[in-house]
Structures are given as structure tokens and as C-alpha cells.
Design a protein around this ligand. Structure first.
Ligand SMILES: Cc1ncc(COP(=O)(O)O)c(C=O)c1O
Length: 378
């Protein structure tokens, strides 16, 4: 096993400052109001971004928050060719009292570090990650919407930013945090969605990058997603690459099935599944709602049989973007025939209870008994 790349050397200092270089042409409040009226899922990026550079010689340096702008790259830049890239996703939540909060951002920092190690990118220390997102929050607080389930979605990203065509790890890497206002990912919120089950395409295999949040995982899922869309399915449920018998996760969310007696079943994240922070939070809070949890392999045949027998009555997808999204049916095409397994209670009690518990904690309407929320000091 190789040791990870040296994490940090910053002019003798331990941490990156991410000081603000003000964008002097900030978006006018009237324009911002128009954007808030119809933000899409980050159709518009806010006025600033956080950036830092890593080079093999200097480590992390040149960190700042500056004007959001096109990034200068040539088409020879390594990331375009070999996809050495990772990212994260988290949100700013504006509460009724106008304060702005983050949900478990240290978990995103730690996952970015694990992704970096897998993609042979340099690790950004957790403290620097947290400084970068908070600094962006301070600079673009006006961009954090309020009301409903509107939020500001942050996208930290790290990529090989060096022009060369040899296949090797980059010696120059850029880290950035960009983002903007986001309406709920599934516009209808609690409306159940159909999920396409594929046993043709795989998202990840043993020893691959399934547990890392890297662009290639998403690119490889797009074809299956488009195929699923032809059956009115908004996401794809992938199975294990070796046997295609076991449930793994969706293209951009983790998966839970719920039995009629309140047991949550979700597959273990043993290397091929992204370790979702929402998933982990649900497993933590479920007992307080009288729900039990089974983290174990779940075969498609068990899933389909128990849905048909009325034993698994609810299923949901979860993630930062989608929060908790109820599933109406699982759709599979076998030998050209379409089979549909409809959940008896797609917006059932367990799904609703988990969803409201989570969003109430995030928006400060309920006690943060797990210490998950962090306030952004403006
Ligand atoms: C493939 C995949 N699985 C699961 C998740 C859920 O992770 P989290 O709850 O940390 O957002 C995401 C979203 O980030 C994802 O892209």
C-alpha cells in the first residue's frame, strides 16, 4: 500500500486562510430575488468561490475566496482526459431567525479526504475544508435562500489541473468550492418516484472507485439513467457488479427498504457504495423513532418477493440533495418484459417520520441531539 500524498505545506503555517478578495460587482438584490424565485438545482452560481492550489513542490497554497469566474485551463489539462477528479456536496440552511447552518460538514471533509486518497489526489486537511466552506458562506450569505426546503448547495471539487498527456497523477491540483441556490432536487418533494433497476450496467466493482465521490462514477451511470427515464424512472438502482443479485445504491443516493413492522434495511457500504452522510444520519436517528435497522446484503429476489408479499411496504432514496425521497415502484426489464414492484405505502409513516426528523434538525425546528449542526459565523 502506498502512503497518501503529503497533505499540507503552507509557507510554514498549519492552515490555509481563504481570505476574501471581494467581488466588486455583486449581483443586485432585485436579480437575486428573480433567481430565488426559480433557482433550479444550482442553475445559477453565487458571486464568489473558494480556491486553493496544490503543487508537489509547495503543497497547498494560494488559498482565497474570490469572484466566481471562468477557470483558465487548456484542453490538454489532465482532468479532461483521465478524470482525476473528486467532489463533495453539502448545503447551507437558512433558518427562520436568519442564521445560516451546515449539516455535519466534517463528514464531507473526511469523505473528500478518502476520495482523494483513492484517486491519488492530495488530501486537504479537514480544518482547511471547513475554513473554505465557511469563508464562502460569509462572502455569499445573501445567496442563501429561505423558506420551504430551499437551500444553498455547495460543491467542493478537486481536480488534476496540469497540462500533459502522460498517464500519471497530476503534480498540480486545484481545489475549489462553488455553489448556488437550490430548490428541492425532486421538485415535488414528497411525491414518490419510480426507480429503474439495472442488472446490465454496473456503477462500481470490487477494488474500483465506488466508495469515492469521483466524476467517473456518475458518468458511467448516465446511460442507465437515460434508459430508466424511458420507463418514467428518475433514478437507477444498481446491483453488485459480480453477481447482479444484490442491491447496492442509486446513481446519486443511498437506498433503504422498510418492512411493515418498522425495520430499515440498507446494504453495507463495503467499498462499492458511497458512504452517504444522510444514510449514516438515518441509521443513527432511526431508533429514536422506534425503528430498527438491518445493515446487511439485500438481494433483489428478497426485495421483490417481500414487496409482492406486502412485507416491505416502503422504500426510499436518501442523500444531501434529495434528502429522503419516497419510492413508488421499482421497475425492471427482464427479457424485454417490464416488471413493476409497487410499494404498498410509498409515503408511509417511517419515510415521513425520518424525513421530517432530519429536515427539522437541519432547519433548527427540533433539538440537534446529535450535535450535527454548525453555525456559520457571518
Ligand atoms: C452515489 C451517491 N450515493 C449516495 C449519496 C448520498 O450521500 P450524502 O448523504 O452524503 O449526500 C450521494 C450523494 O452525494 C451519491 O452521489
Amino acid at each position: 500500500m502506498l502512503t497518501p500524498l503529503e497533505p499540507v505545506i503552507y509557507a510554514g503555517s498549519m492552515s490555509l486562510p481563504f481570505e476574501l478578495v471581494e467581488n466588486t460587482r455583486r449581483t443586485a438584490p432585485e436579480r437575486l430575488a428573480e433567481i430565488f424565485a426559480n433557482p433550479g438545482f444550482v442553475d445559477y452560481f453565487s458571486d464568489h468561490m473558494a480556491v486553493a492550489t496544490w503543487t508537489k513542490a509547495e503543497g497547498w497554497h494560494d488559498s482565497k475566496v474570490e469572484q466566481y469566474r471562468p477557470w483558465p485551463m487548456t484542453l490538454g489539462t489532465a482532468v479532461f482526459h483521465y478524470g482525476q477528479e473528486i467532489f463533495e456536496g453539502l448545503k447551507f440552511y437558512r433558518r427562520a431567525d436568519d442564521t445560516i447552518w451546515l449539516f455535519r460538514p466534517e463528514a464531507n471533509a473526511q469523505r473528500l479526504a478518502r476520495s482523494a486518497q483513492r484517486l491519488d489526489l492530495p488530501v486537504l486537511p479537514e480544518a482547511d475544508f471547513l475554513t473554505s466552506v465557511r469563508a464562502l458562506g460569509r462572502a455569499d450569505a445573501a445567496w442563501v435562500p429561505s423558506g420551504g426546503e430551499m437551500s444553498y448547495y455547495l460543491r467542493p471539487v478537486m481536480f488534476a489541473d496540469e497540462s500533459f498527456l502522460g498517464v500519471r497523477s497530476a503534480m498540480r491540483v486545484t481545489y475549489a468550492v462553488v455553489g448556488g441556490p437550490a430548490a428541492p432536487y425532486f421538485a415535488d418533494g414528497l411525491t414518490p418516484v419510480n426507480i429503474y433497476v439495472t442488472t446490465t450496467y454496473s456503477r462500481a466493482g470490487e477494488g474500483g472507485t465506488g466508495a469515492a465521490k469521483c466524476g467517473g462514477n456518475y458518468a458511467s451511470a448516465l446511460l442507465a439513467q437515460r434508459e430508466g427515464a424511458t420507463y418514467d424512472c428518475s433514478q437507477v438502482l444498481f446491483t453488485d457488479a459480480a453477481t447482479h443479485e444484490y442491491v447496492e445504491e442509486l446513481g446519486g443516493m443511498n437506498f433503504f427498504a422498510v418492512t411493515k413492522d418498522g425495520c430499515l434495511i440498507t446494504p453495507p457500504t463495503s467499498g462499492t457504495i458511497l458512504e452517504g452522510i444522510t444514510r449514516d444520519s438515518i441509521l443513527t436517528l432511526a431508533p429514536s423513532l422506534g425503528l430498527t435497522c438491518e445493515v446487511r446484503p439485500l438481494s433483489l429476489s428478497e426485495l421483490f418477493d417481500r414487496i409482492s408479499a406486502g412485507e416491505i411496504t416502503e422504500a426510499f432514496a436518501c442523500g444531501t440533495a434529495a434528502v429522503v425521497t419516497p419510492i413508488a415502484s421499482l421497475v425492471q426489464v427482464v427479457d424485454g418484459e417490464l416488471a413493476r414492484y409497487s410499494l404498498a405505502a410509498p409515503c408511509g409513516e417511517a419515510t415521513r417520520a425520518i424525513r421530517s426528523q432530519l429536515i427539522d434538525i437541519q432547519w433548527g425546528r427540533r433539538d440537534d441531539m446529535y450535535g450535527w449542526m454548525q453555525k456559520v459565523e457571518l
